[in-house]
Structure formats: structure tokens, C-alpha cells
Design a protein. Structure first.
Length: 297
């Protein structure tokens, strides 16, 4: 089994491991500033065009918030564990109706059993390849809100009982009530529905699907850490709408889980400089990934 120390030197690994609370705080602020800017665009110039653009930008930054929750799940957001978890919960996870602790447990199992029968995320990639017709049907379900609705209705926590359900939902309800209040104070009450829930139920579902597809579908060797996950090249447009906060460097993340997201490009460059490029599972774009995932015979 390949270990991080087999690929990089100790000094290189130590440099990659160092956190920056300032850098992490700027990432959180960037996510919310981008969301606020997209909301302001529609409020100031309401039209079908600005609404579509706002939904796409906000839905992508909602994925960005979950990427930062992912950082916190690995204790890579802030050095102090309590600060790391509180900021991740209240500023990133709860607005997205997500639970940091539950995600952390599941995600660590994913890392421990990547692409094996015990991987809790295996179903996200095991169904590929699929036909183009099936893929575009799923896209239509995402953008129409059907995917999100199905997930809400099928959520297993509904059967947990009122006390457990309240413990799970009280944080998200409080965070979303605050968001609703802020938006209601700035404009019509329905802004929360239009500029938060609509992106969450539509565009966010699509970009989350594309992220899941890109990371582990159609990999060449499920037992090789250089081959059982994928890094996808992403230009400025892809980073803006599909791959926020370097989430496209998924191979490097699996190899070096202790590296904060903003240092993953450096880890990628080090691996290439040491000649590991030909052994790494990579794609030149998200379009290439989708071509592979829908290339049925």
C-alpha cells in the first residue's frame, strides 16, 4: 500500500501540512461574499437572465460551503478543533442543512475503504458507465428539483423520532431562519426561496452529481491509490461553476488527507516533478470525465 512518505520527502510533507487560519477564514468569506454578490445582482437588476446566473453562482458556492465542511471533517479548516468545528457547523454546514459529525463519520469510512465493498460512497461510482440517455435524464431530474425532493422524502432521519429529529434539525433551522430574516430585511420575503432554496434544490444537485462522477467513476485500478480516484484539470470557468476551492484535486486529497485544499495544487506539482504523472488517474476536463462515464458499448 502506497503511503504519503513513499511519494514525498518529510520536509515536503511538513510544508504541505501547515494550516493558515487566515487563509481558511478568507475561503469562508469568499464563499459568502460570492453568494451575496450573486443575490445582489438579481435584487438590483431582476430578470430571468440574472436569476439564472444567480442560481448557477449560488448553487456552485453552496457546493463550496460543503467543500469547506469537508475540510473541517479532516480538521483542515482551523488548527483549534473547537474553532474548526463550530465555524464549519454554523457558517458552512447548517445553512446547507448538513451535519458535520455524521458526514465526518461516513467520510472517514470512505477514505479507509476507498472503492472497496465497505466504501459507503461506492454506489456513487459503481453504476458507471451509463448511457447518455440515462445521464441526461438524471440531469433533468437535478435541475427540476426532483432529485432533491426524492432525497428529502427518503431521508432516513424522519423515522428516528421527534427528539432525535429535533437534535438533528435545530442547528439547520436556526441558521436558515437567520438567513431568511436577513433576506427578508433586504427585500421581499420570497428572496430566501428564490435565491437560496432554488439554487440548493436545482443547480447544486447537478454540480454535486458532476463532482461525485468525476472523483471515482471509471477508475482503472480500485486497489491503487494513484488510480482509484481522479484529479480533473479545471480552468477558471470550471472552478467558478463546478469545482470550487480546488475540489478537483481529489487524487492528491486521498493521498495526503492532511493537506488543506488550497495547497493541493502544490502537492500535484510535486508529484508531477517526481515523475508520478503517468501513474496518476487524471482527466483533462469534466467533459472528458463525462465522455468516459457515458461511453457504453
Amino acid at each position: 500500500m502506497i503511503q504519503a512518505g513513499d511519494l514525498l520527502t518529510l520536509s515536503e510533507l511538513q510544508g504541505l501540512r501547515r494550516l493558515s487560519g487566515i487563509r481558511s477564514a478568507l475561503l469562508v468569506l469568499h464563499a459568502w461574499a460570492t453568494i451575496a454578490g450573486a443575490m445582489a445582482l438579481y435584487v438590483l437588476w431582476p430578470s430571468a437572465l440574472t436569476l439564472v446566473l444567480a442560481v448557477a453562482v449560488i448553487g456552485s458556492r453552496q457546493l463550496g460551503l460543503l467543500v469547506l465542511v469537508h475540510e473541517a471533517a479532516h480538521w483542515r479548516l482551523f488548527a483549534h478543533p473547537r474553532v474548526n468545528d463550530r465555524i464549519a457547523r454554523w457558517v458552512c454546514a447548517y445553512p446547507m442543512w448538513a451535519d458535520l459529525s455524521a458526514y465526518r463519520r461516513r467520510h472517514h469510512l470512505h477514505h479507509a475503504h476507498t472503492q472497496s465493498a465497505d466504501d459507503p460512497d461506492l454506489a456513487l461510482s459503481a453504476r458507471f458507465p451509463e448511457t447518455s440517455a440515462v445521464f441526461w435524464w438524471e440531469v433533468a431530474r437535478d435541475l427540476s428539483g426532483v432529485t432533491a425532493g426524492s432525497r428529502v422524502l427518503g431521508w432516513p432521519e424522519w423515522r428516528a423520532g421527534v427528539p432525535a429529529l429535533w437534535r438533528r434539525l435545530r442547528g439547520p433551522i436556526a441558521a436558515n431562519a437567520l438567513l431568511f430574516g436577513v433576506l427578508a430585511a433586504l427585500g421581499p420575503w420570497h428572496l430566501y426561496l428564490l435565491l437560496w432554496l432554488l439554487p440548493l434544490l436545482t443547480w447544486h444537485q447537478l454540480v454535486s452529481r458532476l463532482r461525485d462522477t468525476a472523483e471515482h467513476s471509471m477508475v482503472e485500478d480500485r486497489g491503487d491509490p494513484l488510480r482509484n480516484t481522479r484529479t480533473v484539470a479545471a480552468g477558471p470557468l470550471a472552478r467558478a461553476f463546478l469545482a470550487p476551492y480546488r475540489v478537483n484535486y481529489h487524487l492528491e486529497h486521498h493521498l495526503f488527507v492532511f493537506v488543506p485544499c488550497w495547497k493541493l495544487p502544490r502537492a500535484h506539482a510535486l508529484l508531477l516533478a517526481k515523475g508520478y504523472g503517468p501513474r496518476m488517474e487524471t482527466a483533462s476536463s469534466y467533459v472528458e470525465v463525462l465522455r468516459r462515464a457515458t461511453a457504453t458499448r
